[in-house]
Design a protein around this ligand. Structure first.
Ligand SMILES: Cc1ncc(C[n+]2csc(CCOP(=O)(O)OP(=O)(O)O)c2C)c(N)n1
Ligand code: SF4
Ligand SMILES: [Mg+2]
Length: 318
């Protein structure tokens, strides 16, 4: 397990309050079956287009949960609206498909109510970097203990192919018939400068590589962004599988040091027409929850509130 921590923290007596023992931050199996691919897979099947990268991302998320033996009953997956945001329907954990761009506030509220959950957020690039961009930067700087996977197909898939915040300049779409004229968001440099403590990028057709990034991101204590290049076979005819084959390289093959923030930033800016995938940056910093004494121990949702009387407070609003 590389000595890294799962997101589920320990309390004083070594139990996470869900009947699952934890030791040094690692979950230990107790009173439940091992997590399996079959156990995570519902009977509903995705209706994505053939060749859509979302299939591989879904498969890799499930494989990662199996690899880490993460308890589905202690896991909640949040999404917004988009093709890829249907992902929680296809994994048998707790799930919540929210409004477009609003998955992070819902995930944050749930995390604060029960900080012993594994919180995973899965959104599209439009959802995460566009309409949800404001939530994104504040989630990053606060360093909540969650894993955020962004299916970056550089287009709005669900609404039939409009350009997105990560579409390249010149991208022709129904909303940019003359070609996009604005500068795209650079998710990696944004995350590094906004205080994300684990910043990585994977590719939907490099599943082993992606699985390592997801596993390390889930084990990382703090906010982890994993941007995933995801071919949209229907609406993005530029960033195709053949295009990625020509343009991607792995950071680890170039001797990158993820502890070096300035180097990570320079890698994030790209290398001519080559784009790196891999772990750009990682640091250890206290999470938002670490700084809340109320969350030290039993999650809020399990606290005994039977002797709390809110009548006096309610009187003030009469
Ligand atoms: C507030 C709001 N604005 C716009 C929409 C319409 N809408 C739904 S999904 C979407 C874009 C989805 O793109 P992305 O997040 O990149 O996901 P993808 O479909 O590409 O996976 C838009 C604009 C909406 N549902 N709600
Ligand atoms: S429109 Fe694109 S993103 Fe949506 S399901 Fe089809 S290939 Fe996937
Ligand atoms: Mg998209």
């Amino acid at each position: 397990m590389d000595g890294k921590e799962f997101k589920v923290p320990m309390n004083g007596n070594g139990s996470n309050g869900n009947g699952v023992e934890v030791s040094h931050g690692l979950k230990v199996l107790q009173d439940r079956k091992k997590t399996t691919m079959a156990g995570l897979t519902p009977k509903e099947l995705p209706t994505w287009c053939g060749g859509c990268g979302d299939f591989n991302i879904l498969f890799t998320i499930k494989n990662t949960l199996v690899e880490l033996d993460i308890d589905p009953a202690s896991t909640a997956i949040f999404s917004g609206i988009g093709c890829g945001s249907k992902t929680p329907h296809f994994i048998k954990t707790y799930g919540f498909e929210g409004l477009h761009g609003r998955s992070l506030p819902v995930a944050t509220g749930t995390l604060l109510a029960n900080h012993h959950l594994n919180v995973i957020v899965v959104t599209g690039d439009g959802d995460g970097y566009g309409i949800g961009g404001n939530h994104l930067i504040h989630t990053m700087r606060r360093n909540f203990n969650m894993t955020h996977i962004i299916q970056n197909n550089e287009v709005y898939g669900l609404t039939k192919g409009q350009y997105s915040p990560t579409s390249p300049a010149g991208f022709r779409s129904p909303s940019t018939p003359q070609g996009a004229i604005d500068t795209p968001v650079n998710p990696i440099s944004l995350a590094i400068t906004m205080g994300a403590t684990y910043v990585a990028r994977g590719y939907a057709y490099e599943v082993k590589h992606l699985q390592k990034l997801l596993a390390d991101g889930i084990r990382h204590k703090g906010y982890a962004l994993i941007d995933v290049f995801q071919p949209c076979s229907t609406y993005n005819k530029i960033n195709t599988i053949a295009w990625y084959k020509e343009h991607l390289y792995k950071l680890e093959d170039s001797g990158h040091d993820p502890a070096d923030k300035m180097l990570a930033l320079s890698k994030a800016m790209g290398d001519g027409d080559k784009l790196p995938i891999g772990l750009f940056y990682r640091e250890n910093r206290p999470t938002y929850e670490d700084s809340m004494p109320q969350l030290n121990g039993v999650p809020l949702v399990k606290k005994d509130i039977s002797d709390i009387d809110i009548t006096p407070m309610l009187q003030r609003f009469k």
